[in-house]
Design a protein around this ligand. Structure first.
Ligand SMILES: Cc1cc2nc3c(=O)[nH]c(=O)nc-3n(C[C@H](O)[C@H](O)[C@H](O)COP(=O)(O)OP(=O)(O)OC[C@H]3O[C@@H](n4cnc5c(N)ncnc54)[C@H](O)[C@@H]3O)c2cc1C
Length: 310
């Protein structure tokens, strides 16, 4: 099934496949399982419902690898408007931004200047900005931009990927700075020279990093852990570790994706944990949707059945 994973991640970058999938009605309908809608109003309605069930959100206005600086500026502007909308509606939601959506392909300085406007607006509205982590060619640049932002702001969180060998060192530095990290497994196709490629190794790395994030040293520094996974074995390990440390269940959070494992989302919220759902919306849903298909072989069967009309 690793072959299917590689295939879907490769397709996520194909312009031809994008055109075919986005025009095909049944695929658009399937994408709706993972995407809150194409408009901000649809996304806001989803967040409101989550909040009513005691669940937090993070809103992602879908988009990545924009092709001009004007597009990046427009994306930053849309993010600032989104921040105002979240505040006006009194929603419990942060904002998630992909660095290449706000121009990382045009250099770190340019991306920093765009992201800073979003973080600044969010700070004034008492909101947090979460910086997503993309493919490994962007890891160092993303962390450079993030550390620069940390010099001036604290309403920030960055995603780190457990499949990368470098992550332990990156996490150490962020713990030292008392920042906040969203730990995920990693959704891109990375070579074995820099990343673990099989599930057992990635899971073991995730567990090690999770223990670092919940350690006394991290918590005493003011570090705030966000554990993003739907893997029930890892979730149970987090729960056991938090219980062993007699941690307050509000001192960290679980994060999951919209449309995935709703049963666990609600179970954890009912048990008094902070749970945050990543809610993507917008018209640029294609690469995000392909990465979701890549994550689970059963999704491919689900698609095949839908396409052949059974
Ligand atoms: C809140 C959040 C934010 C994220 N941010 C980033 C980021 O910034 N950068 C990045 O590279 N990755 C990000 N990811 C994606 C992440 O890296 C993984 O690719 C994804 O979460 C699948 O890994 P898993 O931990 O759920 O474990 P897996 O072992 O992949 O899955 C465990 C179980 O979860 C369920 N499941 C997982 N994925 C799916 C799916 N797509 N459809 C249906 N069921 C599924 C299945 O039951 C599966 O058996 C994020 C994930 C979350 C939850």
């Amino acid at each position: 099934m690793n072959v299917l994973r590689h295939l879907f991640i490769a397709l996520s970058q194909s312009a031809r496949a994008r055109q075919l999938v986005m025009q095909y009605g049944p695929m658009r309908r399937l994408a709706r399982r993972f995407i809150a809608g194409e408009t901000i109003d649809e996304a806001i309605a989803v967040v409101r419902e989550l909040n009513q069930g005691g669940i937090l959100a993070t809103l992602d206005h879908l988009g990545e690898n924009v092709s001009s600086q004007e597009d990046a500026e427009r994306a930053a502007q849309e993010y600032r408007e989104l921040a105002h909308r979240i505040a006006e509606e009194a929603l419990q939601s942060s904002i998630s931004v992909k660095p290449t959506h706000v121009g990382l392909d045009f250099g770190e300085d340019f991306c920093y200047s765009q992201l800073r406007t979003v973080v600044d607006t969010a700070r004034d509205l008492n909101l947090t900005v979460e910086v997503d982590m993309e493919g490994s060619t962007y890891t160092q640049a993303t962390l450079n931009v993030f550390h620069r932002l940390l010099d001036a702001y604290s309403n920030l969180r960055v995603a780190l990927q457990a499949y990368l060998y470098r992550t332990e060192k990156d996490l150490e530095r962020l713990i030292e700075r008392g920042s906040s990290v969203r730990l995920c497994k990693g959704a891109y196709d990375e070579p074995s020279s820099i990343a673990w490629r099989n599930k057992v190794d990635v899971d073991a790395s995730y567990a090690r990093l999770m223990h670092m994030m919940l350690s006394d040293q991290a918590l005493q520094n003011g570090f705030y852990p966000a554990l993003a996974t739907h893997d029930h074995n890892l979730i149970l390990q987090v729960e056991r570790e938090a219980a062993r440390r007699e941690m307050d269940r509000r001192r960290f959070e679980f994060q999951m994706l919209y449309g995935v494992r709703r049963d666990w989302q609600q179970r954890l919220a009912n048990d008094g944990y902070r749970v945050r759902i990543y809610v993507p919306y917008g018209t640029q849903w294609y690469p995000y949707f392909m990465r979701r298909l890549a994550e689970r072989p059963a999704n491919v069967l689900f698609i095949t059945r839908a396409l052949v009309g059974k």
